[in-house]
Write a protein of this length. Structure first.
Length: 102
């Protein structure tokens, strides 16, 4: 539990530093090719204790082997921010990412 709290606190500090970089225009993205469904699985795993504590339901409906290019850390941050902070107990989330036809 102490290790998890320390990890969470370190992530919060990192997020604040990242926000400062965005605000000052010095942010850099580490673009890589990632599997979208695996990324969502990792994000769900990272916030699993918060999800369980609040009784949230999170369903990963992202198609397997759907590649996208992006900064994995930033994409994970978007997911964490979307799910954990202000969600009411029992809220149900379904993560979908439709394949573009263009």
């Amino acid at each position: 539990m102490i290790a998890r709290n320390a990890t969470t606190q370190a992530q919060l500090i990192s997020d604040l530093m990242d926000m400062n970089q965005v605000l000052t225009g010095t942010s850099e993205l580490d673009l890589t090719r990632v599997d979208a469904a695996e990324l969502v699985d990792r994000a769900i795993g990272a916030v699993a204790p918060q999800i369980a504590k609040k009784g949230l339901v999170v369903i990963n409906s992202v198609e397997r082997n759907l590649a996208l290019e992006g900064d994995q850390n930033r994409l994970l941050q978007v997911f964490w921010i979307s799910v954990t902070p202000s969600s009411d107990e029992g809220t149900r989330f379904e993560v979908r990412l439709p394949r573009s036809t263009s």
